[in-house]
Design a protein around this ligand. Sequence first.
Ligand code: FES
Ligand SMILES: [Fe+2]
Length: 344
Amino acid sequence: MAFVRNAWYVAAYGREVDGAPLVRNIAGDPILFFREPGGRLAALLDVCPHRFAPLSAGTITAGTVQCGYHGLKFNASGVCTHNPHGKGAIPRTLAVRTFPVVERDDLIWLWAGDPALADEQRVPDCSFLVDPQRRTLSGYTRIASSYRLMVDNLTDLGHAQYLHGSNFATDAFGQLRRLLTVDRDRVTASLTIPDGTTPAIWKRLLDFPDQRVNMWLDTYWFAVSSLVTVIGIAPVGTPKEQNVNTKSAHLLTPETETSHHYFFSNSRNFRLDDADVDQMLLGWQQQALVAEDAPMVEAIEQRSGVANRYGLTPTMLACDEASVRVGRIIEELLAAEAAAAMAF
Ligand code: FES
Ligand SMILES: [Fe+2]
């Protein structure tokens, strides 16, 4: 499976595990989340070590899960605490794999790889999602494509001119300037579209008079598949620092080779208490992300077989530079993990 395992992935929003337990497939693994009575979050591989029944089909009481097949009990650390069979001996192999989790910024992050390598410092910073100076609207959709295709999508926000053209097109697209910076596991792609017409969505959101605007579209990619995008706009002559903007998290979590979870949010620095703006932006998320981006990457996924059959490889244009650099880093991370596994 082509997943980078030593990485933090968003597993859920905090509220999703406050009530009933949750099972979510992450990087090929079914994971069971539940809270201990004190509130601490447990993340266990949803496979009973006895005969591999899903633990989630059992019952959870007071921080202990009892398998619904033969009644073994496990605590939140995956340790078997009760064997109702024979003399009740507990062989050491009767332990459930657990995963490191971090709860931060209303998100639950899961480390999918070697627990010894889990470094909380490397959880991507999404603190803007809970910034009281901003208003954040979040959503989720499951997408039937490799997460890599959505990374490609988000590393070139210029696609908005076409795929989201009804909301986002501007007459200055031809003046678009690109700036790319590449660090070890971080890529920043900044687009500037100077002196253009105001895209339709911004006209609605801001009640702008008809005027020329500068627009900035910045994408920050954090290995492996967490992205933050900042889209700002200001009348020509106003400095970038004074723009109005939406800052969005696009947190992609591989599920299978051909599906991923998409946790998205939109956090704005204007008209914070305006319910109409909330409705417009929720509508924008549904249209742009769920009704335009998702079907596009799913259709590409469906065509990957025929593309292979015809020996097609993607043609790289100026708009692909960031996604190429990101793709290269992901390949390096995959190769490093494969080499480490071989050595082991
Ligand atoms: S499979 Fe879980 S107790 Fe037997
Ligand atoms: Fe898009």
